[in-house]
Design a protein around this ligand. Sequence first.
Ligand SMILES: [Zn+2]
Length: 120
Amino acid sequence: MHEMAVTEDILRIVEAHAPADTASQVTDIHLVIGELTSFIDDSIQFYFDILSPGTVAEGAALHFRRIETRFRCRRCGHEFEPEARDWLCPKCHALGGDVIAGKEFYVESIEVAAKGMTLE
Ligand SMILES: [Zn+2]
């Protein structure tokens, strides 16, 4: 269960980038999560709901963008998206390879609106 720690990281990042004035509020937080991180959207949302009240991110909506795992074959250089249990290169059938996508985890963007002007 790493979601609590990463949710705290998310809040720190949002607080560092949100406008300091109290007239605006964060409405949306866009997250990018690679499949290989094993972070679960629902768990992050769960901790966000607990941790965000009282912060600049209170009431903001979380958006998750998943990045599929991609490997580059070490033998032939072919890039492929492995199936759940089949990490064989589809070209030369070597096992696995270098991970070139799927480990991402970051705040892609935040949206801020003036207080009282958000659309319901
Ligand atoms: Zn290959």
